[in-house]
Design a protein around this ligand. Structure first.
Ligand code: HGY
Ligand code: MN
Ligand code: MN
Length: 414
């Protein structure tokens, strides 16, 4: 019997998970290790048990669903993505990859097909990094094989402790089987929405992702002197906002214009004490910097530091710049990419090879086992926005691609 993706079941699941943390604007607010995240994990675990699959959690609360294969002692073939979302996220970012992977597992079970390798579906913890930085915490710790000690001090902006939220999440599924961090896996495949305009513009349903560009997150703090907004003349001011505005003005007008592959984003900007009639004492902002080449990222960090320094001196402030996160570019496995090409050919799906502008869990898992990704188009290339949308036909095509690629890749199993 041929395994077939059950379209209705998949689309139903996407809607059901979108209701967990669903927002009035039709998006999702299911931030990492939140109550909503725990609800989604709980639903996945219940669905898995209902099919007789085993459910595991590791110390980073990465959630695994396992279906045995013919050779259960061999490392599992893993497919999945993440269930956590941005604060004003979309219903497909991450969730499509996890739910399509679970649909692949169910369709194999329905068809009674036994794969050589055990198959596991994974939901990685905290891919977004929005509530707790850095991003991709679950997958990067999995690749490292331990939890970085510096993460014990990580807090959300509302003061929530990462370690406490992690414990609440682990305890919420206390009846799942525990497993150590970083088990051996044979390979990893991730289906994800493109989060960019290429596939839609080209009218192509499937992207075969050969790599991911590098990402660095910086936190800049400029410190001056709080003072009265009404009585302090220019010569007496040490205003960090003046320094930040001048430096960012020049960076916004040059960095992306000089090299169209650069992505420069200030996503978070905080003034303290944040009073209307007080010159701020500190300005803190983040920079999300991306490029396919490490050397260019290094050069850009130097340019940013020089601009900040120039304006710091001019405004009589002090400054600090620290890296919140650093993700070096990744190139995926040629063997797996060939499997994807074969799967697309078998399904008669047109594809284009592409580099991912967004980081993904696959970037880290690729450091541990051969990995690759499949993209599907999203409307207007929009993501990290509640209006994020994927055609049902593209969700199904992505899941069919994931099924065919999984069968192709496990047939090639060592
Ligand atoms: O920010 C990223 O690239 C990912 O979508 N979280
Ligand atoms: Mn994502
Ligand atoms: Mn995302």
């Amino acid at each position: 019997m041929q395994a077939e993706i059950n379209e209705h079941r998949l689309l139903e699941r996407i809607d059901a998970f979108a209701r967990i943390g669903g927002t009035p604007a039709g998006g999702v607010n299911r931030q990492a290790l939140s109550q909503e995240d725990r609800q989604a994990r709980g639903l996945l675990a219940r669905l898995a048990r209902a099919r007789g699959f085993r459910v595991f959690q590791d110390p980073m609360a990465n959630l695994f669903v396992r279906r045995e294969g013919r050779f259960s002692s061999l490392p599992p073939f893993v497919i999945g993505s993440h269930l956590d979302s941005q604060p004003t996220g979309g219903r497909f970012d991450g969730a499509l990859g996890v739910l399509a992977a679970f649909e692949v597992m169910e369709s194999l079970e329905d068809a009674g097909i036994e794969t050589d390798l055990p198959l596991e579906v994974v939901a990685w913890t905290n891919e977004e990094g929005s509530r707790f930085a850095p991003g991709a915490m679950g997958s990067s710790a999995f690749a490292l094989g331990h939890i970085p000690p510096e993460w014990t001090d990580v807090r959300a902006r509302n003061g929530a402790h990462l370690t406490e939220e992690l414990k609440l999440t682990l305890d919420a599924l206390a009846d799942t089987e525990a497993r150590p961090l970083g088990i051996g896996i044979s390979a990893y495949l991730e289906l994800h929405i493109e989060q960019g305009p290429t596939l839609e513009r080209e009218g192509v349903p499937i992207g075969i992702v050969h790599g991911i560009q590098g990402t660095r997150w910086l936190e800049v703090v400029l410190t001056g002197q709080a003072a009265h907004a009404g009585t302090t003349p220019l010569a007496f001011r040490r205003d960090p906002m003046v320094a930040a505005a001048a430096a960012l003005d020049r960076l916004y007008k040059s960095v992306m214009q000089k090299d169209e592959r650069v992505r420069f984003t200030v996503g978070r900007f905080v003034l303290e004490p944040g009073s209307v009639n007080a010159i701020p004492e500190t300005v803190t902002f983040t920079i999300d910097l991306r490029h396919p080449e490490t050397a260019v990222l290094d050069a850009l960090e130097e340019i940013i530091a020089a601009e900040i320094e120039e304006e710091r001196v001019a405004s009589g402030c002090t400054s600090s710049i620290r890296r919140l996160s650093e993700m070096e570019p990744a190139s995926f496995s040629d063997t797996l990419l060939t499997c994807l090409d074969r799967a697309a050919e078998h399904l008669g799906l047109t594809t284009i090879r592409m580099l991912s502008g967004a980081f993904h869990d696959a970037l880290f898992i690729n450091r541990k086992a051969p990995s690759a990704m499949i993209f599907v188009p999203c409307r207007d290339g929009l993501s990290h926005n509640e209006a994020e949308y994927v055609e049902p036909g593209h969700c199904v095509a992505g899941a069919r691609m994931l099924l065919a690629s999984t069968l192709e890749a496990t047939r090639q199993a060592p």
